[in-house]
Design a protein around this ligand. Structure first.
Ligand SMILES: [Zn+2]
Length: 461
């Protein structure tokens, strides 16, 4: 209760209404750039598009697109423009950089994480299973009403687990304090809770099925079948955390819409591949978990938004990767894990699993919101996707999964959420990191102001 009061007080911290380009605004013509529209079609080598009132009103080849009278012209020759990304799987709110846990879960901190996502080019961010429902609904309403400064759009879904099940211990301690995880042990409890969520207008739920190597209680088929059935009756989607082959098979067979994680300890068999061919679930790979180990290589792309203390801590941690954000040696299982990944990944894809961007950032301290997206995409390309396929999986497909009809691609009528890059990511996926500018709702996101804000916070920590 005390926490809730804190939240309500904090939620009113901003009396200012941020326009976020809501009112009428003059048209802007962006021209000369290489245009990657996000739908998988070939890029337009010299493109142009018009943005007005936060939306794209014309798009095509330079010369074929005419700007309305009085439009501002922005020359983007030599640049590449792609849609802003959409991340379907993160854990927002608990990271405080000098501290971790429920005490950090305030609207300001949620906003800070969403600004970090926006800084790195993500226009919509979905927190999965670990966000308090009523406070999150309030945040969404406030954000839609323009009460916050520009940031990635916030989405969330409630999570279900057996009593004492659910997320990793670190996140469990944090979420317990806010009573966030919906613990259900019977089909009846599950159904009535899903009905209650449907009544609040919620469109997605997450289930944790895993027993984490026998250390956690496992969700029974009776319970997950009830959740899936009830959710589908209400037009809701179910995301399933299931990391072993038998569990993934079981939940896909039961009809989950989104499989989270990748089976890393067993090679996929024909039975599962047949199931994938029939069901074609969405698949949030979350392979890299926002891997911050690039910090070990002093990569400024990651370091720029990371507090110095966190960087120092990662560098000083010698625990084996990837068990912790660390600069320690790779785990002894790393080579075998890699081999299994290399075997399973292309098979998931060719069987028809519909890959979408998710990073799991925020599951434990020391991850950087936003940069993880770029790591995940690079991993996909390493494992066999083309850069174009990776971009579609980070833009159009997550928009389709989340029902965001006005996001995900660059086309007439869509929100003008885009990234301007200094180099072509189709030549090298690492070029998604060469960010010149990020635009949300047609307005330039002030990345320099963000860096200044984070530097200042860093200095006082
Ligand atoms: Zn997760």
């Amino acid at each position: 209760m005390k926490r809730l009061v804190c939240w309500m007080v904090a939620a009113s911290f901003s009396a200012t209404a941020y326009s976020q380009s809501r009112g009428p605004s003059p048209a802007v013509l962006y021209e000369g750039e290489r245009l990657i529209t996000g739908d998988g079609s070939a890029p337009i080598e010299r493109g142009a598009f018009v943005v007005q009132n936060g939306h794209i009103t014309a798009i095509g080849s330079q010369g074929a697109v005419t700007a309305p009278a009085g439009a501002t012209r922005v020359n983007l020759s030599g640049k590449t423009v792609m849609p802003a990304m959409i991340n379907v799987h993160v854990h927002i709110g608990y990271e405080g950089y000098s501290t971790w846990g429920a005490q950090n879960y305030t609207p300001q901190n949620v906003l800070d994480h969403l600004q970090r996502e926006a800084f790195y080019g993500t226009a919509a961010t979905q927190s999965v299973g670990t966000s308090p429902v009523d406070a999150s609904l309030q945040f969404q309403r406030d954000q839609e009403a323009g009460k916050f400064p520009p940031a990635s759009r916030f989405f969330f879904m409630p999570g279900y687990a057996p009593p004492n099940g659910g997320p990793d211990q670190v996140l469990r301690v944090a979420t317990n304090a806010l009573h966030v995880i919906n613990e259900v042990s019977t089909a009846e409890e599950a159904r009535s809770s899903v009905q209650m969520m449907a009544g609040k207008g919620i469109k997605n739920v997450k289930i944790w099925v895993d027993d984490r190597g026998g250390t956690y209680p496992k969700m029974t088929p009776e319970v997950y079948n009830a959740i899936i059935d009830e959710a589908h009756k209400h037009g809701m989607m179910v995301h399933a955390h299931a990391t072993t082959l038998p569990d993934q098979k079981a939940v896909v067979r039961a009809g989950v819409d989104v499989v989270v994680h990748m089976v890393q300890n067993a090679k996929l068999d024909d039975e599962y591949l047949d199931l994938l061919r029939q069901k074609k679930p969405y698949w949030a790979t979350v392979i890299t978990l926002g891997d911050p180990t690039a910090v070990c290589e002093h990569d400024p792309f990651f370091e720029q938004a990371m507090p110095a203390k966190v960087i120092a801590k990662i560098r000083a941690t010698t625990e084996r990767r990837p068990l912790a954000p660390s600069c320690g040696p790779p785990s002894p299982n790393a080579a075998r894990r890699e081999e299994t990944l290399a075997y399973n990944f292309p098979r998931m894809i060719s069987a028809g699993a519909r890959i979408v961007l998710g990073t799991d950032t925020g599951i434990e301290p020391g991850h950087t919101f936003g940069s993880g997206e770029h790591v995940e995409m690079a991993r996909w390309v390493q494992l066999g996707l083309t850069p174009m396929q990776a971009i579609v999986a980070a833009t159009q497909r997550p928009a389709e999964l989340m029902g965001l009809k006005d996001m995900g691609t660059l086309a007439v009528g869509k929100r003008a959420d885009f990234i301007v890059l200094d180099a072509n990511p189709l030549e090298n996926i690492l070029n998604t990191r060469k960010i010149s500018n990020v635009y949300l709702d047609g307005a330039r996101f002030d990345r320099e102001a963000m860096l200044a804000k984070w530097k200042k916070a860093d200095a006082t920590q």
